[in-house]
Every structure is written in C-alpha cells, then in structure tokens.
Design a protein around this ligand. Structure first.
Ligand code: CP
Length: 306
C-alpha cells in the first residue's frame, strides 16, 4: 500500500498505513534475523544538509541491517551544493543512483519541494523548525512498547515548542487518536506555533499551555522533553536567557508518577540532568534504538518489500 510513496509530513499516511509500519517494526524487534536480507540489492541515499547523529546513523544502520547499502553526505559542502547546485538538480541526480532517499535540510519545506522532482520515495529527516515525521515514528513505537497504545493518555511537552519540529510532528500524529490530552510547558517566547494550536483546537483535544513543570508532573503519562535549539535563534542573548529555563532533575522526578515515562528526541544539552538517566522511567536511549527498527520498517514499506 505504501510502495513508492514519500513521507514528508505526518499527514501523508493514514492511520492504517502507520499501523502497517508499526506492526512490522514490532515484528523486526522480535525477530531481526528474519529481515537481514530484505533489502539486498537496494541502495539508500542519506542527504544531510544539517548535523545529525541519531537520524542519519539509524537510517544507515537500518539499511545495512536489512542487507542493503547506503551512500550519502553528512556535510553539504562535500557535495556540489558548495558550487551552487540547487536542491532540485541534486535530488534529480541522486535519483539516478539509488532506490530511496532521506533528506534533512535547514529550510522548512525543502524536502517537500525535492519530492516534487523525483519518483523514488523520499523521506523527510527534519526540515528546519517545521516537521520531523520519522522521529514521530520513533516516539510512537516507543510509546506502544511501553504502554501498548497511544490513546487515553496525557502527554506533557516541555522546552522549545516553537522551533521543536519533533513536537510539531508528534502532536500532529497524536491529534488523530482518542482520549489524548496535552500539557504544553514552555516560556511564553517558545510557545507552540499557531498552526499546531489550530490543529489541536479543530480536533477538540483538551490542552493547557503553562510555564511551570512541577504542578503538572503527576498528571502525565509521558513527559517529552526538548532542547532549546541554539541554531534556531537569531539572537544569542535570547538563547542564553531561555536555554536553562527547564531542567528535569531527580528532585523534579519525585513529582512524577511511578509510570510517567520520560522521552526526549535527543540531543540533550542541560534540560535533563545526567542523574535522571538511571531512573527506569528515563526512556530516551531506548527511544533512539527504536528509531532504527521503525526506520527499517519504513524503508521496507516504501520499497514495497514484504
Ligand atoms: N532526534 C534527532 O533528530 O537527532 P539527530 O539530530 O541526532 O538526528
């Protein structure tokens, strides 16, 4: 059903299509050896115009674990972008060599534009402060593994909700499910963008926008922490003023329920103290690992491999 499609925005697939991906990801986790030749003869391109550790490595590891190969760049200046080549020409060229491509770009909408020039499946690995749909796949797989399903739960989002593309994609996805409630914790300047707030309102989802974490910790099933992103600020002073506004530490964890799980797309800077890492509710490294499995499932589905 998903063969030949691109994933640029969480709204590109319907619930049944996402279900296919998650079911396959769970199957891969249970029995990874079964899939180690699934993509033999296939090549993935990873085009990273912005830095990445998890997304790029997990896509590349995913393709290798499926028996396929990858080519790509992690530094655009090593490609002909440095000579002024436009994105459309680059992606049309890459299409000549590979079966599927992943692109991360600092400009919002760049993967969408690129997808209009090619017929191979293209995956948005993050576009500026806009969307990061494969992080959402990672997050949802993690939620399912911890709590079975995503419905009837209260989700806290904390930190930079303005530029945080991972929360934009995750909220867009969760807004299609029953019984979800959102607590959005951020400084006034880093509140959720209006277009995301409109999606939440349209779906009649209960939400609160607040500036303190502690009073809400005991209501949450999941607390999704995010980094204040230096690279999205025009002004260094604003970044310095806001960067340490929310720091989750052992003391604050005492306000949380025994089964309030802590997620974070990573990288982290200061927003989660290292002392929290040993708490069994801290699930961000499990989340990073799930990212590889769900990207294996995504690659297989977009290539039409059973
Ligand atoms: N979560 C995430 O996108 O991490 P990277 O920037 O390291 O890929």
């Amino acid at each position: 059903m998903l063969k030949g499609r691109s994933l640029i925005d969480p709204s590109d697939f319907n619930r049944d299509e996402f279900r296919e991906i998650f079911d396959l990801a769970h199957e891969i986790i249970e029995n990874p050896e079964k899939f180690n030749k699934s993509c033999e003869g296939k090549i993935l391109a990873t085009l990273f115009y912005e830095p990445s550790t998890r997304t790029r490595f997990s896509f590349e590891a995913a393709m290798l674990r499926l028996g396929g190969k990858f080519i790509g760049f992690s530094e655009p200046n090593s490609s002909s972008a440095a000579k002024g080549e436009n994105l459309a020409d680059t992606i049309r060229t890459i299409e000549c060599y590979v079966d599927i491509a992943v692109i991360r770009h600092p400009k919002e909408g760049a993967p969408n534009v690129a997808s209009q020039y090619v017929s191979i499946p293209l995956i948005n690995a993050g576009d500026g402060g806009h969307q990061h749909p494969t992080q959402t796949l990672t997050d949802i797989l993690t939620i399912e593994r911890l709590r079975g399903d995503v419905e009837n739960k209260t989700y806290g989002f904390c930190g930079d909700l303005k530029f945080g593309r991972t929360v934009h994609s995750l909220i867009k996805f969760l807004s299609n499910y029953e019984g979800v409630k959102f607590i959005m914790i951020s400084p006034e300047e880093l509140r959720m963008p209006e277009y995301i707030r409109e999606i939440i309102k349209k779906k009649n989802i209960p939400f609160e926008e607040v500036e303190k974490m502690e009073p809400y910790m005991s209501d949450l099933d999941f607390l999704y922490m995010t980094r204040v992103q230096r690279e999205r600020f025009f002004n260094e002073e604003d970044y310095i003023r806001l960067k340490d506004r929310f720091i989750l530490d052992k003391d604050k964890m005492r306000y949380a329920k025994k089964d309030t799980y802590i997620l974070h797309p990573l990288p982290r800077v200061n927003e989660i103290s290292l002392e929290v890492d040993n708490d069994p509710r801290a699930q961000y490294f499990a989340q990073a690992k799930n990212g590889m499995y769900v990207r294996m499932a995504l690659i297989m589905k977009l290539l039409g491999i059973k």
